[in-house]
Design a protein around this ligand. Structure first.
Ligand code: TTP
Length: 404
């Protein structure tokens, strides 16, 4: 079935990581987040994919070209980020007069569940979460076999089945895309779904696994998921006395020096260097040209392209943006003494990450002075810097960060 993948969002909740990179292009286990969406679609039965992209961005088309994972790709430009219905409207001229699937390009889907969605059209992907109040919650008939609507962020959720941003709709839905602005000022695809529910029996397809990647710790979770599915392979240079265990990928052009211990799952991407005497463990991605140097321990973290932790550092449960640099002796806290889940700021609000272990987020180009200590949940802005010996307890420039 022809499939629209939405990749033109602003990614404001993912800041500062999205200041210079598009959210769909953030790395997940060695390729962009949206590549996982396209692969899932291809596996599930997409005949052709229309990617909706931002006007001045070539990064998506540069990565994919006109064929990927065995499917042909087309690009539709959404000129202004007015909402998901508007994004699909941009794709409409590229669609044949036939049923189509719409997928958010910033989520991970399990392939088998997605295949069920394709088979059962008209249908909407659903996922059970413990606290649905922050999601669009699906309303169904009593038997749970037909979707009757969606309520956004309900105070009193009618069920714990949330909208997974995956829709298989009839051809007629192409003419329902002129929706009114919602309360939050967007043109929402859920209004198109509501119309589909009025005119046909839209089935909920419960996904076994699904992850919406909207906030920085969800990028860690996406990497945890996808690194966990890797088969180890060594294409790069690994010193004879380095110890690799579990599934570890050392890509072509990567170097693992002497005395290094890597406990997989882990991925050391092309051009990256690790060691000598470094320790990498637990779902860690070391991006292209990144460096993990002598006496550096990295646990469960994402180091994007060109990130450097050269000497004597600890990085746990953290995301380091591109071309970041940690001065010698930089330490990251990733656990609160009271054992509570780590909180962080998202668009100025204090939010729980739902994780007992969460470290820091560094925007592209951020640098720490030697012996910097970074508290759990701290974010350094794009190109931000700390002084030598600085202790960063709260997000810089944010009084509210103190509450976290
Ligand atoms: P959202 O996650 O709702 O929006 P976003 O990605 O812009 O992130 P944030 O809320 O943090 O600013 O979007 C869901 C999907 O739809 C996602 O894959 C991006 C895509 N999208 C578009 O393609 N165009 C749009 O105008 C919007 C709002 C979203």
């Amino acid at each position: 079935m022809q499939t629209v993948v939405l990749a033109a969002g602003r990614g404001t909740r993912m800041r500062p990581l999205t200041d210079r990179q598009l959210k769909p292009m953030l790395p997940v286990a060695g390729r962009p987040l949206v590549a996982h969406t396209v692969e899932a679609a291809a596996d599930a039965g997409a005949s052709r994919v229309v990617l909706v992209v931002q006007p001045d961005d070539g990064s998506v088309s540069e990565f994919f070209g006109d064929e990927y994972a065995g499917v042909t790709l087309d690009y539709a430009v959404q000129t202004e980020q007015r909402g998901t219905a508007d994004a699909v409207r941009a794709a409409a001229p590229h669609l044949d007069d036939a049923p189509f699937v719409v997928l958010n390009g910033d989520a991970l889907y399990d392939h088998a569940s997605l295949a069920t969605l394709y088979d059962r059209a008209p249908a909407v992907g659903a996922f059970r979460v413990p606290d649905p109040s922050q999601y669009g919650v699906l309303l169904t008939d009593e038997a749970g076999e037909r979707v009757t609507g969606v309520v956004e962020k309900p105070a009193d959720p009618p069920s714990n089945l949330v909208n997974a941003g995956a829709y298989a709709l009839p051809a007629a839905a192409k003419s329902w895309l002129d929706v009114d602005e919602s309360e939050r000022g967007e043109l929402e695809f859920t209004d198109v779904l509501a119309r589909a529910c009025e005119t046909s029996d839209v089935r909920p397809v419960a996904f076994e696994r699904w992850l919406d990647v909207g906030r920085p710790w969800e990028l860690l979770e996406a990497n945890e998921w996808q690194l966990g599915e890797l088969d180890g392979r060594v294409d790069g240079a690994v010193h004879a006395d380095a110890e690799l265990s579990g599934d570890v990928v050392v890509a072509d052009g990567a170097t693992v020096r002497s005395g290094v211990v890597i406990e997989g799952p882990a991925y050391v991407d092309s051009g990256a260097t690790v060691g000598p005497n470094a320790y990498i463990r637990g779902s860690t991605y070391v991006g292209p040209e990144a460096n993990v140097g002598h006496a550096v321990e990295v646990k469960n973290s994402v180091l994007m392209a060109g990130a450097h932790a050269g000497h004597l550092a600890y990085v746990g449960d953290s995301v380091l943006g591109r071309e970041t640099n940690l001065g010698a002796g930089t330490k990251v806290a990733n656990l609160r003494h009271d054992g509570a889940d780590v909180q962080t700021l998202v668009k100025g609000d204090v939010v729980s990450t739902g994780r007992r272990k969460f470290g820091v987020v560094l925007g592209d180009g951020a640098k720490t002075g030697i012996n910097t200590s970074l508290n759990a949940g701290v974010k350094l802005p794009t190109d931000g810097a700390t002084r030598p010996g600085e202790v960063v307890l709260f997000d810089p420039d944010s009084e509210k960060g103190r509450e976290a």
